[in-house]
Write a protein that binds this ligand. Structure first.
Ligand SMILES: NC(=O)C1=CN([C@@H]2O[C@H](COP(=O)(O)OP(=O)(O)OC[C@H]3O[C@@H](n4cnc5c(N)ncnc54)[C@H](O)[C@@H]3O)[C@@H](O)[C@H]2O)C=CC1
Ligand SMILES: CC(=O)C(=O)O
Length: 303
């Protein structure tokens, strides 16, 4: 790994193209390959992105599934997106078939490859990919609640009046309706978040709903979300390529809950280096257990 890494993006729709653009501007990969079953979509995106070539040293081109399987990192965005009001888990039937096809077409894999899942429902698709790919679990993970945690930090930063970077808080569990905010472990400048008077006045359930429902609101207004996830994925790719070892909440297999959902992990150039056991209140743990059993029952049908 390192500067000069090759990254493939499977699915050249709104999310795939936005990720390609963010990575193009970031200039840390030598090549970005766009792969899609729709050749016109890829050609159009590659041509459009080529107009930004003067800003970057990264080459963007169309690629095949076989080429993708030999890259350093593959970001999987191929799949149906939610219609207004539709949940992420309602996409499973359609997106399982697409994923099965995508994984099969990329084999045999570069043994050191990292597969980063983005298509929804991301936790379930990550578990299925761990099984279908046969790769070590540390090399197969999903963007999980990194995006939800960014949405949470944005909200809390505006309430307290500090930079988002000063907020250390996580949205955990499912990247979906049963996600939970780990209020009890959050802190700002070394002070527990719950000790801030502004936060004590907040209705936590209302905030949790606002964060969990933000994607629904954007989808209702403009049909899809893509800039936020593009920002998240470009940060994750940078973290892997440069072995930055940031701690991010990502979809990983958690033995205690026997399912894939988001917990904070240390991310480096080998993938998930370590899962951080965050301390949670009993109420938060109970919510996570409920989230895990719902996700497990969906996974069971496909494994
Ligand atoms: N994890 C997250 O935080 C987020 C996840 N998403 C998810 O990302 C996925 C993609 O969303 P959009 O880009 O908006 O959808 P889109 O409809 O714009 O693009 C999907 C692309 O996948 C392609 N595709 C379909 N089957 C394929 C296959 N077998 N092989 C290769 N490509 C294939 C389509 O041709 C299309 O270009 C959805 O599942 C959506 O829910 C979207 C936003 C955030
Ligand atoms: C669509 C989606 O998963 C999101 O924006 O959170």
């Amino acid at each position: 790994m390192g500067r000069g890494s090759r990254v493939s993006i499977i699915g050249a729709g709104s999310v795939g193209a936005s990720i390609a653009f963010a990575l193009h501007l970031q200039k840390i990969s030598s090549e970005i390959l766009l792969v899609d079953i729709n050749p016109e979509a890829v050609e159009g995106q590659v041509l459009d992105l080529s107009d930004a070539n003067f800003t970057s040293s990264t080459q963007v081109r169309s690629g095949t599934f076989q080429e993708a399987g030999q890259c350093d990192i593959v970001v999987i965005t191929a799949g149906a997106k939610q219609k207004s009001g539709e949940t992420r888990v309602e996409l499973i039937e359609r997106n399982y078939k697409i994923l099965d096809n995508v994984i099969g077409s990329m084999k045999p894999f570069n043994p050191n490859i990292i597969l980063l899942l983005v298509a929804n429902p991301v936790d379930v698709l990550t578990r299925i990919t761990q099984k279908l790919s046969g790769l070590p679990e540390k090399q197969v993970f999903g963007s999980g609640t990194f995006l939800d945690s960014a949405r949470l930090k944005l909200k809390l930063a505006s309430v307290i009046g500090v930079s988002e970077n000063a907020i250390h808080s996580y949205d955990l569990g499912e990247h979906g309706d049963s996600q939970i905010i780990a209020w009890s472990s959050a802190h700002v400048g070394g002070k527990p978040l719950l000790d801030f008077p502004e936060i004590q006045k907040l209705d936590k359930e209302v905030v949790a709903k606002e964060i969990a429902n933000k994607a629904y609101k954007i989808i209702e207004l403009k049909g899809a979300t893509y800039f936020g996830i593009a920002g998240c994925v470009s940060m994750l790719v940078q973290c892997i390529v440069l072995n930055q070892r940031h701690i991010r909440p990502l979809s990983v297999y958690i033995k205690e809950y026997d399912c894939v959902f988001s917990m904070p992990v240390v991310l480096g150039s080998n993938g998930v280096e370590r899962i951080i056991e965050i301390s949670l209140s009993e109420k938060e743990k109970n919510k996570l257990r409920r989230s895990a059993s719902a996700l497990k029952s969906i996974c069971t049908k496909y494994l």
